[in-house]
Write a protein that binds this ligand. Structure first.
Ligand SMILES: [Zn+2]
Length: 1025
């Protein structure tokens, strides 16, 4: 995987924390006993700092003989995390750090089997395993709740990064190679293959990535940031195996490494294992990987870049992107970075920010340019602002607006309320708890630590907030002066523009062809023969049964046989609306949700529900216009949103619930204000401001269109299941390509009034308490207060005067818990369609990408059916033991596999795939493989482990009880499902393969998103869109 990590953006996703107040804090107490100078297993403690705001103790150490750096964060959290990070600073775009990241995971001295990393996915209960290549470091993190598992994974990770095999064939498979199109036929032409090669071709189908990449390359042009660390597809074939090994030797050394551990497991154990299994085999070196400071420019620069055409652009004549970026100070200056990050939020976040008002509301473009705001993933940070979806002729206007906005801010400053709202937001984001706190911390500190910044100081957010308040108090012009210094008077400024070129992909293909010709022409006969033989060797290796017994593994018997119980209460508000209460250690935050069904909504309004949801909390309500409403939401809450849902029934595939989920969170002290806001939004939402509505529509449409390259496999899967169940069609309407196309059409309309007029009509059917249920997750002592607030909210809601009839005649009321003994009943109203007949459908969406996304859906059984658990294990088994090899290793796709969705559709998919028809054949082969039963008891055991690592993934206090609230799943149903999973055996797996997946046995749907395809064109059974 390749990513450009952002410093956790204060305004979007912030670190979260969780003090389990009623439990002991043994992890922190233990860590506090360390003293500076303590020697432990080759390491020396250099700092011990408690950070009470985040309920953690940070311990910094150094490894004596290699200089390896180490940070341990002790915290009473069982989801322990490890990561190791190397500073990788390439000086060319061959993608060497990225290919290395892939290749070290292909086998190591102690674990020489092929692909131990992927194999561990099935031998562990890891809650997270991955690897990332950023611009200047490579990070290998994992997390798990099981201590034996932690040791196992640590051993595999250490061996992988420090003692990888780096075999030539691994390099060929993961990096790039020349190979015959059909490896067994030397008459077929030679082409480029390789996982990273194809991955990067896929990455650059995303125009936002092209923009971000050139932005970084051009703004920081003097050293490692001028190249593509992930690899430029045309440069990748210049990398040799020798160069790869050399890069490993100099960069993956303890002297260039930073280790991070997090959680409640004891530190000594980690240190001992890391010292004994890796570090004591090395001597200190001077890695010379530091990135020098960027030399500052004397005058601003401009640059232009081309990209592919956007098939879903709302207006084809408006496809230009422009951004102005300013270089900021070194990210190791922690307080300055904190200030500039905050300042950036004030400048661009939400409808009250100056750049939103000046740029977004100008109507010149569809949305901000990519990477807008503060970027702290490079040694010097930068701030970027601009627009996408503008007409070429407006480039100058946009530049002028940016300059003028900066001048205005310097003159007028910011409203106190906005600064306060932002600081409030930091507080709530610190208190809100996620289940991946360790991972969030690891990525939060990675960039700063990478350049020798102090990670502990970075974690001490409370200090930074206090310091910031002090600066503001002492100097009311504090922020304005920063704007003047870093924006107005900054000569290191880049104006980057980007245009689509109709022939962009054609030219890319042409350049690749030339590169290929060059490579092939230079080959001697012997070399050609060698390539053919290597191709056969690789194919042979990939087809061989694999022995993974050298790897450590958990056993199914290590899995908890029963699930832990979540205490839930139900009460009626205003005498009739069921409210589910879940008391949790939420750390001073209340989570309120409501679900309202769409059963009375006329058919023709249904496609507009997603749009309704996306604008509902943004257009103003009651006495607040949209700006004031945004301000209130920022000041009083951690967010309020609405989203459409299609929820499958647990026992009947032809039944489902349709509705909208309203979600929100706030600090305990603000609950009454937040519920007042909900009440105003439900009773008096504003749907009048046509201009602002247009702005929001354009942003939504642009966002959907930009999301396709990253989520193409999801769109293909949704489309493939469209005709397989009654819910499938609605899912496509809400979340599929149909929605993308609808939004494009709406955004193109010159008169948007007819759409705007639909919103109050949807409101009538949705925003009342006729068909509602609510849920509250809060600290135990807050529940009764929360109950009163919810009661007031419900009482404020209208009821429809006349009894509304459901549009669909077949509505079935179903109690959530079949036989609840105490408390009132919570019921769900499900839709059923007894006349529904599933049918086959094949759709090809032609997109101008060089890669495909393939989806195939097969209708099977619902959640409570005993075969459901069997199919679920089968999907994991097929992915790990067959499809991964076929689609990724042999086919060269970035990913592919099978999964069973909660709606009972068994889905095969591939992601960024150079093939399409061949992949469909692989799906078929996978079924034959499953039917043949050529898998072992160990394979089944492994599939069970990988299923349980998902089933038992930690659930945040804010999300406890949601299975029951949304899906109606009771504790008993989940336990029964768990037992069915444990019980799955060999014979059953063969049987369900035959029963459901055999061609001709069940109805299936197919969908491909990708370039034009001759074979599909010729086949009349495909619908081309
Ligand atoms: Zn990758």
């Amino acid at each position: 995987m390749w990513s450009r990590w952002k410093l956790l953006n204060l305004s979007r996703r912030f670190v979260n924390y969780k003090p389990w107040r009623w439990r002991s804090n043994a992890a922190c107490d233990r860590a506090l006993e360390y003293k500076v100078g303590d020697k432990i297993h080759g390491f020396t403690v250099s700092q011990v700092t408690p950070i009470p705001d985040l309920f953690l103790v940070a311990v910094k150490l150094g490894h004596d003989s290699t200089g390896a750096k180490y940070l341990h964060v002790a915290r009473e959290d069982a989801n322990n995390l490890f990561s190791v990070q190397f500073r990788t600073t390439p000086m060319d775009s061959t993608g060497v750090p990225h290919i290395l990241e892939h290749t070290v995971l292909c086998g190591s001295q102690k674990y020489p089997c092929r692909d131990p990393f992927f194999k561990m996915l099935n031998r562990s209960l890891a809650t997270f395993m991955n690897a990332f290549t950023a611009s200047d470091y490579t990070l290998y993190p994992f997390s798990t709740q099981n201590s034996k598992d932690f040791q196992n994974l640590l051993s595999v990770y250490l061996d992988a990064v420090f003692f990888p095999c780096l075999r030539e064939l691994d390099f060929w498979q993961e990096g790039w190679r020349l190979e015959h199109e059909n490896p067994s036929d030397p008459q077929t032409s030679l082409i480029f293959k390789g996982v990273v090669f194809n991955e990067m071709k896929g990455v650059f189908t995303d125009n936002e990535r092209i923009f971000s990449q050139s932005l970084q390359n051009q703004l920081l042009p003097d050293h490692t940031y001028s190249v593509v660390s992930g690899g430029n597809p045309l440069d990748i074939p210049d990398l040799s195996w020798e160069q790869l090994k050399q890069f490993h030797a100099t960069h993956y050394h303890p002297s260039n490494a930073r280790f991070f551990t997090y959680g409640n497991l004891p530190l000594e154990q980690h240190l001992r294992q890391i010292h004994e299994e890796a570090l004591n085999k090395f001597q200190k070196i001077e890695p010379n990987t530091a990135v020098p400071a960027q030399k500052l420019w004397e005058r601003p620069r401009e640059y232009h870049v081309m990209c592919g055409p956007d098939k879903f652009a709302t207006d084809p004549t408006k496809q230009t992107t422009i951004g102005v970026s300013f270089l900021l100070p070194d990210i190791t200056d922690i307080f300055e970075s904190f200030t500039l990050n905050l300042l950036s939020s004030l400048l661009i976040d939400g409808p009250n920010s100056p750049f939103y008002k000046a740029l977004i509301e100008s109507g010149l473009g569809t949305d901000f340019s990519p990477d807008v705001g503060y970027n702290g993933c490079t040694r010097e940070a930068f701030f970027s602002v601009g627009l996408q979806g503008i007409a070429d002729k407006h480039v100058e206007t946009v530049k002028q607006i940016i300059t003028k906005t900066i001048d205005d801010v310097i003159e007028k400053g910011f409203e106190d309320d906005r600064v306060e709202a932002l600081l409030q937001k930091i507080e709530i984001q610190m208190k809100h708890q996620s289940t991946s706190f360790g991972l969030a911390l690891s990525s939060y500190i990675a960039s700063c630590w990478n350049h020798e910044g102090d990670p502990i100081e970075l974690l001490n957010l409370g200090n930074q907030v206090t310091h910031f308040r002090k600066c503001l108090k002492e100097n009311p012009n504090f922020l304005q002066e920063k704007v003047k210094q870093y924006f107005k008077n900054n000569q290191h400024r880049l104006t980057l523009s980007m245009n689509p070129d109709e022939k962009y992909y054609e030219k890319q293909v042409q350049m690749e062809t030339e590169k290929l010709k060059q490579k092939v022409d230079s080959l001697s006969m012997t070399e050609k023969l060698h390539i053919y033989e290597k191709g056969l060797e690789l194919q042979d290796l990939q087809s061989k049964p694999q022995d993974a017994t050298c790897l450590p593994a958990l056993k199914v018997s290590d899995i908890e046989p029963t699930i832990s119980h979540t205490e839930l209460d139900t009460a009626l508000a205003a005498g009739e609306i069921p409210v589910q209460y879940c008391a949790q250690p939420t750390n001073g935050v209340v989570y309120f949700r409501a679900f309202s069904n769409l059963n009375t909504l006329p058919e023709e309004l249904r496609p507009y529900v997603p749009l309704f949801c996306s604008v509902l909390t943004k257009m103003g309500c009651g006495i607040y216009d949209y700006r004031e409403q945004a301000q209130q939401i920022e000041l009083k809450t951690g967010g309020m949103s609405a989203s459409p849902h299609v929820i499958p029934d647990d026992s009947d595939l032809d039944m489902y619930e349709q509705g909208v989920l309203f979600s929100s969170l706030c600090l305990d002290r603000n609950l009454s204000d937040m519920m007042h806001l909900w009440s105003e939004i439900f009773n008096n939402p504003h749907f009048e401001d046509e201009e602002y509505f247009k702005v929001l529509v354009k942003m939504s449409a642009q966002e959907l269109s930009n999301g396709i390259p990253n989520s193409g496999h999801l769109y293909a899967s949704v489309r493939a299941s469209r005709t397989l169940s009654p819910a499938g069609d609605l899912l496509e309407t809400f979340n599929g390509m149909d929605q993308v196309r609808l939004m494009k059409r709406v955004a193109e309309m010159s008169d948007i009034k007819p759409i705007l007029r639909k919103l109050p009509r949807i409101k009538k059917h949705l925003l009342n308490c006729d068909n509602m249920r609510c849920s509250v997750n809060a600290a135990p002592q807050q529940i009764s207060q929360a109950g009163k607030e919810v009661e007031n909210f419900i009482k404020s809601l209208g009821r429809s005067k006349k009894e509304r009839k459901s549009v669909r005649p077949h509505v079935i009321e179903k109690p959530v818990d079949g036989n609840l003994l105490n408390g009132p009943q919570m019921t769900r109203k499900l839709i059923t369609d007894p006349t529904f007949k599933p049918c086959q459908m094949k759709t090809h969406f032609i997109l101008p990408f060089p890669v495909n996304y393939v989806g195939e859906g097969v209708r099977t059984v619902p959640y409570t059916h005993p075969d459901y658990a069997r199919l679920k294990i089968l999907a994991h088994l097929m992915t790990a033991k067959f499809l991964h090899t076929e689609i990724r290793e042999k086919g060269g796709a970035y990913g592919g596999g099978a999964k069973l969705s909660s709606n009972g559709i068994f889905t095969f998919y591939s992601y960024r795939d150079p093939n399409s028809i061949q992949t469909l054949q692989s799906f078929e082969k996978a079924v034959n493989w499953a039917k043949s039963g050529k898998f072992t008891e160990t394979d089944i055991e492994e599939a069970k482990l990988s299923v349980f690592s998902v089933v038992d993934a930690p659930v945040a206090p804010s999300d406890k009880g949601m299975d029951r609230f949304l899906h109606g799943l009771s504790h008993e149903m989940k336990q029964a499902h768990r037992e069915q999973l444990f019980g799955v055996n060999h014979e059953q797996l063969i049987s369900v393969s035959n029963k459901y997946l055999r061609i001709g046995q069940s109805t299936r749907g197919l969908a491909i998103l990708g370039p034009e395809n001759m074979n599909i064109d010729k086949d009349p059974s495909w619908v081309i869109r």
